[in-house]
Design a protein around this ligand. Structure first.
Ligand code: PEP
Length: 248
């Protein structure tokens, strides 16, 4: 299996001044024992990649179009993310699914585009609060996994992020038992479908991860890192999460 991964998703936050956080992070964690990824807004990707060059910090996109190029105003392709220095692309984030009506089929096409640019796809799945309260969590996540991951996925090309929608940006976190149940089920399904490649795929947890809860979350079996929104914006907070992952 690849090294564990602390991935930051800056969402629609950050301007040139935010790049100072990258320098602070690199200074505090010059040689981390886990992988570290920051996905800034597209406007910052190239500059962030330049600033992170020569450090352990990798950069990535938050989304991409499924096509390589063309008449798609406002979109960017996986090739463009690679050209800007990115190594990963998040696809299927719940905010893309909800705000832009992205379907599992769209996410398969985007993940294939990411692979086509020789980048790693971070494919997100997760249930809403209504789905959890209806006892549908495992079924929903299973359906998203089946529908959103292209055939042929491997641990080198694909990372899975389990992000309960109700835990994103809310400060609410599932119990450790609830996280364990979903991660174990995801691992079983990945292994059943992809064999040894499924056993190798990193499974990240995402949803209100902070330095104060990271140690206990990273202690859950089959949690191989985190996808972090709010707490990735400041080097001190994200550094605390990196340190917890290094201890795990
Ligand atoms: C996310 O957006 O993927 C996320 C997990 O956000 P937060 O950490 O802010 O809950």
């Amino acid at each position: 299996m690849a090294r564990k991964l602390a991935a930051g998703n800056w969402k629609m936050n950050g301007a040139a001044a935010s790049l100072a956080e990258i320098e602070a992070l690199a200074k505090a964690h010059p040689d981390p024992t886990c992988d570290v990824l920051i996905c800034p807004p597209a406007t910052l990707l190239s500059r962030l990649s330049d600033r992170a060059s020569g450090t352990a910090i990798q950069s990535g996109g938050q989304d991409c179009h499924a096509a390589v190029s063309g008449a798609h105003t406002g979109d960017i392709s996986a090739q463009m993310i690679a050209d800007a220095g990115g190594s990963h692309v998040i696809v299927g984030h719940s905010e893309r699914r909800a705000d832009h009506g992205e379907t599992d089929a769209d996410i398969v096409a985007k993940a294939q585009a990411v692979w086509g640019a020789d980048l790693v796809a971070v494919i997100c799945v997760g249930e809403t609060l209504a789905e959890r309260e209806a006892g549908q969590t495992i079924n929903i996540v299973a359906a998203q996994l089946a529908g959103s991951i292209p055939d042929g996925a491997t641990g080198d090309t694909t990372v899975i992020a389990y992000e309960p929608v109700w835990a994103i940006g809310t400060g609410k976190v599932p119990t450790l038992e609830e996280i364990a149940e979903v991660h174990a089920d995801i691992r079983a399904r990945l292994t059943a479908r992809f064999g040894p490649a499924g056993a190798d795929m990193l499974i990240l947890y995402g949803g209100s991860v902070k330095p104060s809860n990271a140690d206990e979350i990273f202690g859950v079996p089959d949690v191989d890192g985190a996808l972090v929104g709010g707490a990735s914006l400041k080097a001190e907070d994200f550094g605390g999460i990196i340190a917890a992952l290094e201890r795990a």
